[in-house]
Design a binder for this molecule. Structure first.
Ligand SMILES: [Zn+2]
Length: 289
């Protein structure tokens, strides 16, 4: 993930253009150190080198900024930042290869309990999405392992924590562990026919079922837009909250300039995972079936 993915995942409000303090390569946050809640967006975060400085109170490390925003310890914030790649590194030629992390096994009791608790039928998920589990492991322990396939072959992966207090809900393959960067892919694309419903995360896609895809977080890339635009009918179905709906509207606008029909679905519930069966059936009937 990059800095913008991190801010979006944690619902930290930022400005990237149209504001007097914005420069290319930077995003601006409301500085939590000197002017929290002022709407002045003085704190710039550099996207290439992942550091921050405020035009009023000076420089700050990215973990210290996150610690204040998210009310977590500096140590936990440092863990969040570990997965962040600078923009510059991401632009290099991609040379990775699909490699599973150590410790991937079948779903264990704890994974099954978690999935049942979230309202999923885990044998369906194993059959349709080939999910597995990671138990005790050197990294990524107690997570659901979620392979990402393209044309039937696994090309990358992500994982979903099964504990409520994990610092990052989703953690994905490192560049060297993926044949295609996951942010260039849509989770679930292999199941799409004429239409797709675009969600934020794989769990949302599971809820809606085959034909739903996920962008791996609230941000989207131009590669993902190209993939979505291949389908004549597409609907965006992000969480029902302001930050997510803002991104959804941006994405609808981008897609509207391309051939095909684009819809934005605003759910009655908070996110697809909490939607009622009735709401899901309506989405499947109007868009996918
Ligand atoms: Zn400041």
């Amino acid at each position: 993930m990059n800095v913008i993915d991190l801010l979006q995942e944690h619902r930290i409000d930022y400005l990237s253009e149209g504001h007097e303090h914005c420069r290319p390569g930077w995003v601006q946050l409301d500085c939590p150190f000197c002017s929290a809640g002022s709407g002045r967006y003085r704190l710039g975060v550099n996207l290439t080198y992942a550091y921050a400085n405020c035009w009023s109170c000076g420089s700050h490390s990215l973990p210290s900024v996150l610690a204040v925003f998210l009310r977590i310890s500096f140590r936990d914030a440092k863990k969040l930042v570990q997965g962040v790649r600078s923009e510059r590194i991401e632009r290099g030629p991609h040379q990775g290869h699909y490699t599973e992390p150590p410790g991937v096994v079948g779903l264990l009791g704890a994974h099954k309990t978690y999935l049942k608790g979230r309202g999923y039928n885990y044998p369906d998920l194993e059959r349709l999405w080939h999910i597995r589990g990671i138990g005790i492991a050197p990294r990524l322990q107690w997570r659901v392992y979620i392979p990402i396939t393209l044309h039937g072959a696994p090309v990358s992966w992500t994982t979903r924590s099964i504990s409520a207090d994990a610092p990052s809900k989703y953690m994905s393959a490192r560049p060297e562990e993926e044949t295609i960067p996951h942010k260039h892919l849509l989770y679930g694309q292999d199941y799409c026919r004429h239409a797709c419903v675009v969600c934020e995360g794989p769990l949302d896609a599971w809820t809606i079922g085959p034909g739903a895809v996920a962008t791996f977080g609230l941000s989207y890339t131009s590669e993902q837009v190209k993939r979505i635009a291949q389908y004549p009918v597409r609907a965006i179905c992000f969480d029902n909250e302001p930050a997510a709906q803002r991104v959804a509207k941006d994405l609808v606008n981008v897609l509207s300039t391309l051939p095909g029909e684009t819809f934005n679905i605003t759910l009655d519930s908070k996110d697809p995972g909490e939607a009622t069966q009735k709401e899901i059936r309506r989405i499947r009937k109007t868009i996918l079936e």
